[in-house]
Design a protein around this ligand. Structure first.
Ligand SMILES: CC(C)(COP(=O)(O)OP(=O)(O)OC[C@H]1O[C@@H](n2cnc3c(N)ncnc32)[C@H](O)[C@@H]1OP(=O)(O)O)[C@@H](O)C(=O)NCCC(=O)NCCS
Length: 204
């Protein structure tokens, strides 16, 4: 399999794949490679996108908008990566391109879209629904039945109480406590969370 994007996030995904022993990693592609090799994995400059059509691939880019853009550009056999030390209920639906980091906990009846990141030690409790390109940052916690719209990021250490609906392309700041629904594109910080501004709209 291959990864697309040679950043720090890529290192974490290489680590997951090596630990889970699921696929041999043949290389990392990047439009502007900064290294020739990451650990023992060679890094190549992207040439033709047709190369990926029959290859297993994960987009190893942390930025949600850029991950979406790349996924629209590259047709590939997208796969998922789950760290062996994540705790994942048997009743969880995880879609292609998504990565689950070490120490994450996904509880019963959770549904996770495509190309999401569930980062180190994040908790996603029962019946949460996460749409495509979402990022739950390290140590963030979602209580039961939370809905997270496309492309939203829940910041490091943030907490969302049960049943809250978070819109699309929202940013929840580090350490925020979210106790009510959040509209699309909002940037919310603090305890209790308050909107401070809005993200730019994304081409859908
Ligand atoms: C919310 C966030 C996106 C705002 O970033 P920004 O747009 O650059 O905003 P600024 O730093 O200009 O801050 C704007 C105001 O919000 C406050 N603020 C920013 N982040 C805050 C936070 N997490 N909690 C409380 N207040 C915060 C700032 O103090 C500032 O207040 P002021 O106007 O009174 O001075 C960012 O601070 C943040 O928390 N990002 C999450 C990062 C993260 O989780 N990374 C994990 C990667 S794996």
């Amino acid at each position: 399999m291959y990864l697309f994007g040679g950043s720090g996030h890529c290192k974490v995904i290489i680590d997951i794949i090596k630990k889970s022993n699921e696929y041999p990693i043949e290389g990392v592609f990047d439009d502007n490679p900064k290294f020739n090799v990451i650990f023992d994995v060679p890094v190549f400059k992207t040439k033709t996108l047709d190369f990926f059509i029959d290859k297993q691939l994960i987009i190893s880019v942390g930025n949600n908008k850029i991950r979406k853009k790349i996924s629209k550009k590259i047709s590939a056999l997208y796969v998922k990566a789950i760290h062996p030390n994540a705790i994942v209920s048997y009743d969880v639906d995880i879609n292609e391109g998504t990565v689950i980091m070490a120490g994450a906990i996904l509880n019963a009846s959770v549904n996770i879209g495509k190309h999401c990141i569930i980062n180190t030690g994040a908790v996603v409790d029962h019946d949460c629904i996460l749409n495509d390109f979402v990022h739950i940052s390290p140590n963030a916690s979602l209580a039961g039945g939370v809905l997270v719209g496309e492309g939203s990021q829940i910041g490091i250490g943030a907490t969302v109480i049960q049943g809250v609906k978070i819109g699309k392309w929202v940013t929840i700041g580090a350490g925020a406590v979210i106790i009510k629904d959040v509209p699309d594109y909002a940037i919310v910080v603090g305890n209790p969370g308050k909107i401070i501004k809005f993200n730019l709209q994304v081409n859908e």
